[in-house]
Design a protein around this ligand. Structure first.
Ligand SMILES: [Fe+2]
Length: 137
């Protein structure tokens, strides 16, 4: 089943929420490419897009955190950096093995599962803090 964005993932920041929506679309495109027996080239293309978009999104989030002197900036950045390493390793695996069942499982858990948890946990905490700094809560 495809991943879906719903209001339980809404942080209240349009830029961040829109990027999260795009990330979920990119993740579904990657899973589709894997499942529909597209060749490794096509799968790698969708993986590269997801990687690039993730890097941009994390950078925007980190800028926002710096701007508001978010106290958990360093640990949050560490989560982002660790995730980038995970995605990099998965890309290597796709190149080596192709879109195997194992790869599809890893994409679902290590990318999909991580992303939803991260949004609902770490990103929500960040949004609460920034809203308070802005006097919005
Ligand atoms: Fe984040």
């Amino acid at each position: 089943m495809a991943y879906q964005w719903d209001s339980s993932l809404e942080t209240g920041y349009e830029l961040i929420d829109n990027q999260h929506k795009q990330l979920i679309i990119a993740l579904n495109n990657l899973l589709d490419a894997c499942r529909n027996g597209k060749g490794s080239e096509e799968v790698k293309k969708t993986m590269d897009f997801l990687t690039g978009y993730t890097v941009k999104h994390f950078s925007d989030e980190e800028k926002l955190q710096k701007q508001y002197k978010y106290p958990d900036y360093f640990i949050h950045k560490q989560y982002h950096d660790d995730f980038k390493v995970t995605v990099g390793k998965l890309t290597e695996k796709v190149i080596q093995d192709g879109p195997t069942e194992e790869v599809i499982g890893l994409v679902s858990t290590s990318i999909g599962g991580w992303l939803l948890n991260h949004i609902k946990g770490d990103d929500f905490r960040m949004a609460v803090y920034i809203k308070a700094q802005r006097g919005e809560s």
